[in-house]
Design a protein around this ligand. Sequence first.
Ligand SMILES: [Zn+2]
Length: 211
Amino acid sequence: MISKIKNEIIKYSKMLNSRKLSALRSGNISVRYKDGFLITPSGKKYSTLKNIDIVFVSMNGKFDKKKGIPSSEWKFHQDIYKNRKEAKAVVHAHSANATAVSTHKRGIPAFHYMVAMAGGHNIKCAKYATFGTRDLSKNILKALIGRKACLIANHGQIAFEENLSKAFELAEEVENISLQYITSLKLGKPKILSLKEMKKVLSKAKNYKRG
Ligand SMILES: [Zn+2]
């Protein structure tokens, strides 16, 4: 079981590179496991990752240093698992377009109904704090209230879901929406969908999931 999850983490880590969500070793991926989570290691290129490199971190933030050092950004993974029971997998990426929007310290409004994929009528942008800090965790948790994905100012994006393939797909969707938003801004100010319309979209999306 554990090796199956580790293999899945490696597969999707390599896809961070191949799907152009994050270059070389930036970004990180984790999956909830027992009383903690399995996460990509610090500073290793995804193309070289082996099963043994994936690190277990307990929900209390403990890990066996002899077995490897987790990504320097493990704290926000821990805080998401602690605070969002529904989160089973987390994908964090420095994808080009989401990062570009995040450097303007702005989220993405309902310029397209697909922003609802992140769980609400807009995609929020977490305030900047130094990577790997509890302050950054706090800011991310705030931007994730009622959402499963957000941008992180001057940094990138993060998405969680009930499994890794869905979390990865959501991160890809956030990147795609970010590209569309940037493109739309080139033509001027896009027309934003009303809250009423977005409520309809959100309830449709919920029913669609159930069906
Ligand atoms: Zn990062």
